[in-house]
Every structure is written in structure tokens, then in C-alpha cells.
Design a protein around this ligand. Structure first.
Ligand SMILES: C[S@@+](CC[C@H](N)C(=O)[O-])C[C@H]1O[C@@H](n2cnc3c(N)ncnc32)[C@H](O)[C@@H]1O
Length: 221
């Protein structure tokens, strides 16, 4: 089923998934949400103590999280190993229409953004000196990493549309994939999700959410 492109309140684009009946980002601002939940609460949080950081992204989608991480790695001279998981990729045509590099005043890096979208599955790619990228076309349920990542960007569609991705089986897979003291962040702050994160072994912090959301969650192994 097709996705439709729309503009969120900070002017950045997002997609609405007809298949899942939900949007890829907060309607209050896609860029603002990524900055707040993934860059500030996870990447900058970890970058205080280490400059080499491995990241697992749950849901590559539009590539916005990956792209803003790439920009941050250049800005702060971080060495990032980025692994993105996505079972249902968007089309190249749709990726090309997204306005992220224009809004982030980084027109020259549009080529890097598109490179991530057009890259071959399961093939490591050096995008810049600081940013190594690989994407895998598999389902989240099939992930099998162990003690490998410093950060997980857990960016699945919300529990209302895909409840099975927020249950102990998948969150346990995430726990296993992280290194000790690894950090999982999500925009979701539902009580049942926080309880499940605790049940699989995480320590939980409730943080202030991005615009339009009271809370988000940071979970530490
Ligand atoms: C909220 S969107 C991700 C947004 C993305 N992080 C971004 O920056 O645009 C969730 C993504 O998960 C993907 N997805 C949904 N169910 C999946 C599954 N079971 N396994 C793998 N990917 C899945 C969707 O295709 C969608 O791209």
C-alpha cells in the first residue's frame, strides 16, 4: 500500500502509512522529534562518555534518524557504526521528495542521504570518515545480535497499530542486542511498555517528551 507525504508542524516532511494507519513521525514536527528523542536523549547522552558509538535503528523508514545522526557525527567528530533495520523500504522517488537536507541547511549532504536509501542491503558502506552504515531488510522479530550496540533507536510504529512489536519477545531481543550500559530510547511512554521494558531487564527513566508529548522513555541495560 502506498505512503502519502505530508508536512509536519515544524515544516519537515513525514509519511503516512496507509498500511498501518499511522504516520512515521510526530505531526508536531519530524525533525524536532528526531532531535529530541534520538539525538539529544541517546546520542548526545552517550557522546559525553565515548566518541565511538554503535547504533541499531529499529525502523529506517524515511532515513531521518540516520541522516541527523550522520550530521551530528560530523559536527561532534564522533565515530558512528550505524545499523538500520527495515522490512518495508520506501521508494527512491519518495526519499528524493523529502525536504530534510534543505531544512537542515545541509544541501550538500543530500547525496549522503540518498546514498543510504539506494545502498545495497547487508553491504557495509563508508558514507563519511565518521559514519559507517549498513542496512538490513529483515523483520524486527528476526534480529539476532548479542552485546553489540551502545544505542538502540526504537522507532517502531506505535503500540496501538503494532502491539506485537512492544511485547516482551521483541523488547527482549533489543535487550540482548545492547552492550552493558547500552541505551534504548523511544518516543513511547505508555505504562505497559515501561513495565515490559523493566520486566526484560532494563532500568527506566521517564524524560520530558518532544513538542506535543508529555513524556518519552530512556531504558538502560
Ligand atoms: C515509525 S517508522 C520509522 C521512522 C524512521 N525511524 C524515520 O526516521 O523515518 C516504523 C518503520 O518500521 C517498519 N516496520 C514495521 N513493521 C516492521 C517489522 N515487523 N519489521 C521491520 N520493519 C518494520 C516500517 O516500514 C517503518 O518504516
Amino acid at each position: 500500500m502506498p505512503n502519502s507525504l505530508f508536512e509536519t508542524e515544524d515544516g519537515s516532511h513525514s509519511l503516512f502509512s496507509e498500511q498501518y494507519g499511522v504516520s512515521y513521525h510526530s505531526k508536531y514536527g519530524a525533525i524536532q522529534e528526531t532531535q529530541h528523542v534520538f539525538i539529544n536523549a541517546a546520542l548526545r547522552f552517550k557522546a559525553v562518555i565515548q566518541k565511538e558509538i554503535s547504533i541499531l535503528e529499529i525502523g529506517f523508514g524515511t532515513g531521518l534518524n540516520a541522516y541527523m545522526t550522520l550530521l551530528e557525527s560530523t559536527k561532534r567528530n564522533l565515530a558512528i557504526q550505524y545499523t538500520a533495520i527495515e522490512a518495508y523500504p520506501i521508494s527512491m522517488e519518495q526519499a528524493t521528495a523529502l525536504n530534510y537536507s534543505t531544512l537542515l541547511n545541509n544541501k550538500s549532504s543530500q547525496a549522503h542521504f540518498l546514498q543510504m536509501h539506494s545502498s545495497k542491503w547487508a553491504t557495509p558502506l563508508t558514507i563519511t570518515e565518521q559514519f559507517q552504515f549498513i542496512k538490513q531488510q529483515i523483520k524486527f522479530e528476526a534480529i539476532d545480535f548479542e552485546n553489540q550496540f551502545d544505542i538502540i533507536y526504537f522507532d517502531a510504529f506505535a503500540p496501538n497499530s503494532q502491539p506485537e512489536l512492544w511485547e516482551a519477545t521483541v523488547l527482549g531481543i533489543m535487550y540482548k542486542a545492547l552492550k552493558k550500559e547500552g541505551v534504548l530510547v523511544t518516543y513511547c511512554a505508555k505504562g505497559v511498555v515501561k513495565r515490559t521494558l523493566k520486566a526484560v531487564g532494563f532500568q527506566i527513566e521517564a524524560l520530558k517528551g518532544p513538542p506535543g508529548k508529555r513524556e518519552m522513555t530512556r531504558a538502560i541495560k
